[in-house]
Design a protein around this ligand. Sequence first.
Ligand SMILES: [Zn+2]
Length: 429
Amino acid sequence: MTTFFAPHAWLGDGVTSNVRITVHSGRISAVETGALQPDDVSLPGLVLPGFANTHSHAFHRALRGRTQESGTFWTWRERMYAVAGRLDPDSYFALARATYAEMALAGVSAVGEFHYLHHAPDGRPYADPNVMGQALRAAAREAGIRLTLLDACYLAGGIGRPLSGVARRFGDGSAAAWADRVGALTPDEHTVIGAAIHSVRAVPRDALPVVVEAARGRSLHVHLSEQPAENEQCLAAYGVTPTQLLADAGALSENTTAVHATHMTDSDIALLGGSAGTVSICPTTERDLADGIGPSRRLHDAGVAITLGTDQHAVIDMFEEARALEMHERLATGQRGRFSPAQLVAALTGHHALGWPDAGRIAPGRRADLVAVRLDSVRTAGADPAQAVFAASAADVDTVIVDGRVIVSAGRHVLGDIAALLRAAIDPL
Ligand SMILES: [Zn+2]
């Protein structure tokens, strides 16, 4: 049993000063206010609940700082496919371990990995057809964060087009074969097995109900209307928007997380709200890929829970994602205060979208996920703790505790030099 003392802690919807948080067997057993006691472990600054990164493709980290010459989303995708073609289980593990450790340094305690790089380069399954997913599990375990493996059904190279080239690695041939393979994966204390529909481009309409059935009771994620071209192709092929297509297939529920939801009609927003679903907004990716600014506040008003993801990892800084949620709204609407600091912290801690409903709050009985953020750095000095989310960056994260285990201390990860791990993983690719 350990008691941590926080000068400031985020309890409920705001900041409380002089908080003692007692942790026992990975859970928070008591939260009380009071002075620092001799046996307490003192944390600096502001202590927040651990962050949930609800959308990740770990291997995209290899593209950071390498695709910025010019081009579109679709030319970026060609570069991404080139990396995807070179990875094997060992290099996938090494890259994911370093990327997840970078996330831990940014305060992430659980990640939703949208995993579609399943098979060997020629498209044939490995001897263990889940070896790539197992590499991600091992990577998260070593990096000290929890994993929700969102294994993605990916059957087509566009509506009505077969998979070709590198994309053959993504496909199982049929939704039933995908469900069989994913059915062999078992959860554990640190891993939730979820499911994903890659997109309406990659999963034909008649296959959607098979995925929905296999995913029943689990987290189900889907890329939705990231680019206008997806909407146009879906309308041309099926006569409905991607959101309507998913709704008709029964794919929208309180277990569903729509990723991006950038180009949405009024009725799309109402459908997502009516299903009590969640969205994963990935602001730094959406601006990097010139996707556009989605209707985040309107989704929130319709009853959709907002969470955040770093997606392709052009940036891994959850504070930057949270701020961007508000700042992009300001640019799009000409209004400030579209999301309050408390709403941004709620978006940072969307563990429910990853199947960890017992994480995301500093309260008795919850998982002991804590992030201590310095309030004495050049970025944060002088900031009101209640508004620190508007000042802090990943570089201000001092201590990260996941399920009661300290994995980052004084800004250092238990695996050591993470920049060196990233270099070693990316250089050979
Ligand atoms: Zn994505």
